[in-house]
Write a protein that binds this ligand. Structure first.
Ligand SMILES: *[C@@H]1O[C@H](CO)[C@@H](O)[C@H](O)[C@H]1NC(C)=O
Length: 415
């Protein structure tokens, strides 16, 4: 009897060790073995929790990607660890990604989803990233521009860029678990999550989707089924950006939508994060002054000039890229020289343009990376510009295709 128990328990331990190893090999998250008092029972519970998390992360993988091991030598995995707790978030330089969820999007994905989207332009019109969300976190990205709408079936929330559905079976909740699991491994870090209801998808916007969003992102209350997740992983403050120390290990909510259908409209004290709603976010603005807290006057200064008109009137890659680069660096200069205690958000990205024949003249990748060697993109032009201004406050910079220019994220952070 005793022998059998030993045999059974050592077999179990062996299996458990192999599956943990296997999950690392697949780029997953390792099991944690914290409780040693009752190893048999604890191993069973940990195994089940681990399996459940792996299942969620597998469903999230089309958007999340996988968590490649982050070497301790990497300067970006835990870069916020080197800043003191009393650093104000508005004083930090935070690299972000515009349309962050498009990293796995391709012509093949587009073709597979035409039955949901109908005929839409080629994937290069919508693709803004090459890396996936977990890779971005390890690369030092700390602000994510997420665009949600219903998945096919109008029952779960998924991710879109305009008419492009990005992954029909990945849900908002799957993706959030990926962030929670990453934060467990990187407790010094803070991540700002911007959520926006994506228009033009052809899916309904109704009370149900707003209720689901509210249940996910509202302030934790005692009877809330999501109480644990909200208090552990979401900053619970409203209308202000805190010190880094208060937000470590947590997500900070940037609310880029308004509740329009949910009745009653949630009162402000039920909400967390800061309100950057479309009523105050002027479309295509080069210097938006968005007051996100009427009581304190806290303001976000935003450059979101995505529909570019060339300054010299000629529609060439060089004139389009140069025009956007000037608008971007003008706003970066404002972040350096003005309103030192306010938030700055600066988009380095721009949207595709079609000519009257319907052909794509420029896409997000060409804006970001240009037509080397003759026409450098925004990212190549920005690298030396940032390096010359190392140590200055730049605020949030939202990139497309940042990974193609090595050192760009370190230069944006100033490390
Ligand atoms: C989802 O909403 C769209 C747009 O309103 C509608 O055409 C479609 O039939 C709905 N799908 C389901 C499964 O209800």
């Amino acid at each position: 009897m005793f022998f059998l128990f030993l045999l059974a328990s050592s077999t179990y331990l062996f299996l458990s060790a192999t599956s943990t190893f296997a999950s690392w090999q697949q780029g997953g998250f390792p099991a944690t073995h914290s409780d040693r008092r009752d190893p048999g029972m604890q191993a069973t519970l940990t195994g089940l929790q681990d399996a459940a998390l792996q299942e969620i992360l597998r469903r999230g993988a089309p958007i999340l990607g996988t968590n490649d091991h982050c070497p301790t030598s990497s300067p970006t995995c835990d870069w916020m660890a080197r800043f003191p707790d009393d650093t104000r978030l508005v004083h930090m330089n935070l690299p972000g990604t515009h349309d962050a969820a498009t990293g796995s999007y391709s012509d093949a994905v587009r073709a597979g989803l035409l039955r949901y989207t109908g005929e839409i332009p080629p994937s290069r019109a919508y693709k803004c990233q090459e890396r996936t969300l977990l890779q971005m976190l390890n690369d030092g990205i700390r602000v994510f521009d997420m665009r949600y709408a219903y998945n096919p079936g109008n029952d779960t929330i998924g991710f879109w860029h305009s008419r492009a559905l990005l992954a029909p079976t990945t849900t908002l909740s799957d993706v959030l678990y990926g962030f929670y699991a990453w934060l467990d491994q990187h407790p010094t870090e803070t991540v700002l999550m911007s959520f926006n209801h994506e228009g033009g998808t052809g899916t309904p916007r109704d009370e149900k989707i707003e209720r689901m969003i509210f249940e996910t992102f509202s302030k934790a209350s005692s009877e809330d089924p999501n109480h644990f997740l909200k208090t552990k992983y979401w900053s619970q403050t409203r209308g202000e950006l805190t010190m880094l120390g208060e937000s470590r290990g947590k997500l900070v909510f940037l609310q880029r939508f308004l509740y329009e259908y949910l009745k009653p409209v949630p009162s402000d004290d039920r909400l967390v994060g800061i309100q950057l709603g479309p009523n105050r976010w002027t479309d295509n603005g080069q210097n938006i002054e968005l007051v996100y807290n009427d009581a304190t006057g806290a303001t976000a200064y935003i450059q979101d000039y995505y529909g570019v008109t060339p300054a010299d009137g000629t529609v060439t890659h060089n004139s389009l890229i140069s025009t956007k680069f000037d608008v971007l660096t003008t706003h970066l200069e404002r972040a350096i020289n003005t309103h030192p205690d306010q938030l700055f958000i600066n988009f380095a990205s721009a949207a595709y343009i079609r000519n009257s024949a319907g052909e794509i003249v420029i896409d997000p990748k060409t804006y970001a990376l240009g037509n080397e060697p003759n026409v450098p993109g925004i990212n190549q032009r920005l690298l030396p510009w940032l390096r010359e201004r190392k140590g200055r406050r730049l605020g949030i910079i939202m990139f497309d295709f940042y990974d193609a220019v090595p050192g760009l994220i370190e230069a944006a952070i100033g490390i």
